[in-house]
Design a protein. Structure first.
Length: 122
C-alpha cells in the first residue's frame, strides 16, 4: 500500500507533508520522498521508514507547494533512485504515481521532445 500527499497553501509545505507521511506509517512501504517548490524545486528521498529517514528528509525543503509519497516496491528495486518523487532531467518537474505505468513507451513516443525525461531505475 502506498500513499500520496499534496499541499498548496500559505503555510510551509514541509511540516504538513512530513505529518502526512507520519499518518501513513501503518501502511506497508519501503521508501518515501518529498518535493517542495518555491523559487526552485527541492527534493528529498529515502529508503526505509520515516523515523529512520528524518535526517534525509529534514534537509532544506522550502516552499508552500509540495507533494510526498510512500512506495512499496512491486516493480524495480528498493533504492533511492526508485523512491518518489521522480523528476525530469533538469529537476524542474516532480511527479508521484501509484502503480506501474504500463504505457510508458507510448507516452514517451508522444512526448514533445526527444530524450530521457525521468530519473529512475528500472
Amino acid at each position: 500500500m502506498v500513499g500520496i500527499i499534496g499541499y498548496i497553501g500559505k503555510e510551509e509545505a514541509k511540516p504538513i507533508l512530513l505529518q502526512g507521511l507520519k499518518n501513513l506509517e501503518s501502511m506497508d512501504y519501503d521508501s518515501m520522498g518529498l518535493a517542495t517548490l518555491s523559487d526552485r524545486l527541492f527534493i528529498a528521498k529515502s529508503v526505509g521508514k520515516l523515523d529512520g529517514a528524518l535526517d534525509d528528509l529534514s534537509k532544506e525543503l522550502e516552499g508552500n507547494i509540495g507533494i510526498a509519497h510512500t512506495r512499496r516496491a512491486t516493480h524495480g528495486h528498493i533504492c533511492v533512485a526508485n523512491a518518489h518523487p521522480h523528476t525530469d532531467c533538469k529537476n524542474r518537474v516532480a511527479i508521484v504515481h501509484n502503480g506501474v505505468i504500463e504505457n510508458h513507451r507510448e507516452l514517451k513516443r508522444g512526448a514533445p521532445l526527444p530524450g530521457p525525461y525521468l530519473h529512475q531505475q528500472h
